[in-house]
Design a binder for this molecule. Structure first.
Ligand code: ZN
Length: 413
């Protein structure tokens, strides 16, 4: 019954907050507020209240026999023209966990959280509410953000009762909980589980990222008059480096610990059909779950680019754009998650998360684990986002098992 009720709630929310183009629950806007008001009504049905912290995160607490607390949650906001499951699946499953325990106090306290502005779709800063609660948000880095219409983040927050200068108080509010575990159910948003024909996966952590711009500098020259061996073609050096980086990625991949790397931007100068490119800039985004593997991939790519540059008689410079360390999840919670998934589905595939999630912000503060439901065709952040209903049901049941196992573990620890 439980899983069917979660799916019915998801469909009800989708019908209230979607257009023909998909979900429209953009953070800090009217449709998002409508979704949260609807959710508050669902919480009231089980006799509980919603409270809001200094960052606009919504909390519901169900006191247990112990003050030790298991946090369950995700986010109700979506990208424009988004899907019906991203964030909401985790929210409705967490609500169902509260419902399941509302008639008698659970062994440990259960707290539900709806993080504000996970997507960052409007102002470009993802994980806003959870990073404020984690204490990792730097106010000065977001103070001047505006959306496409020119509305300032600080004003959009104020419209929702959040004062940017006091957003860090959310950290104290989280610290006041005796939090011992954070559990988040989410859709995979990628094709791995579907390709294995599995409903549910155990998430090992979120990828670390090394993101750089590489600038190859050779010499622009006439394409008709310059013999091939005499050229200093910056593009060909970049292209050979891109191919080599793919080999480096494949070499560092292990079963269950895949890594990824992507060249997403390539610019050449002077960009004339009759000129040998004298300059080529290219982006390289490398991701891995293991910090040593990520460091090795980065070193290998750097050495390869320098060797290839020499072979092509060009120079190469690296500039870091962004990086984040991997956030591995708690080994004991991963084990409980594996048990829960195996009991429900007969198997427990393990996989890393390529996308970041609010869960990553909780990793420095408490044991964390996530569970993934398969994504049809790997699609997300679009109206085609879906999971086959039998997979949804199995995954929701596995998640509720994980909540119970974690409550018992935390109470007895
Ligand atoms: Zn999400």
């Amino acid at each position: 019954m439980s899983a069917e009720r979660v799916i019915a709630d998801l469909r009800e929310l989708a019908s209230l907050t979607s257009t023909a183009d998909g979900a429209q629950r953009l953070a800090w806007g009217p449709v998002w507020r409508k979704a949260r008001a609807w959710f508050k009504g669902k919480v009231a049905e089980i006799g509980l209240d919603v409270s809001t912290d200094a960052a606009g995160n919504n909390w519901v607490t169900l006191p247990g026999r112990s003050p030790r607390t298991v946090i369950v949650g995700s986010h109700l906001d979506s990208v424009p023209n988004g899907g019906w499951l991203d964030g909401c699946l985790g929210m409705m499953a967490a609500l169902e966990a509260l419902r399941a325990h509302s008639s008698a106090p659970p062994p440990a306290t259960l707290a539900l959280v709806d993080w504000a502005d996970e997507e960052g779709a409007r102002f470009g800063r993802s994980l806003l509410g959870s990073s404020a609660a984690a204490g990792s948000l730097k106010i000065e880095e977001v103070r001047d953000l505006t959306d496409r219409e020119g509305t300032r983040l600080v004003d959009a927050l104020a419209e929702n009762g959040v004062a940017l200068d006091r957003i860090g108080d959310a950290r104290r509010q989280l610290a006041a909980l005796d939090a011992r575990a954070y559990l988040e159910l989410h859709i995979e948003q990628g094709p791995v589980l579907e390709s294995l024909n599995k409903a549910t996966g155990v998430v090992l952590g979120t990828f670390g990222v090394e993101r750089h711009m590489l600038r190859f500098t050779g010499q622009a020259a006439h394409s008709g008059s310059t013999p091939i061996p005499m050229r200093r073609d910056a593009f060909l050096a970049a292209a050979a480096t891109a191919l080599e980086c793919r080999q480096i990625g494949l070499r560092h991949s292990k079963p269950g610990a895949g890594v990824v790397c992507t060249v997403g931007v390539v610019n050449v100068e002077p960009k004339i059909v009759t000129a040998v490119p004298g300059v080529c800039e290219m982006s390289l985004d490398q991701r891995a779950l293991d910090a040593d593997v990520l460091a090795a991939m980065f070193k290998d790519a750097r050495e390869a680019s320098e060797r290839i540059a020499r072979e092509n008689h060009v120079g190469v410079e690296w500039r870091r754009i962004w990086n984040i360390e991997p956030r591995p999840f708690d080994p004991h919670l991963v084990k409980l998650c594996e048990e829960a998934v195996r009991e429900e589905t007969g198997d427990a595939p393990r996989l890393p998360s390529g996308p970041l999630h609010d869960a990553a912000e909780m990793v420095p503060h408490m044991p964390v684990v996530m569970m993934f439901a398969s994504s049809s065709r790997g699609l997300s952040h679009c109206k085609e986002e879906d999971t086959p209903e039998p997979h949804l049901q199995q995954t929701i049941r596995a998640y509720l098992r994980l909540v119970d196992k974690t409550l018992a573990h935390v109470a007895g620890a």
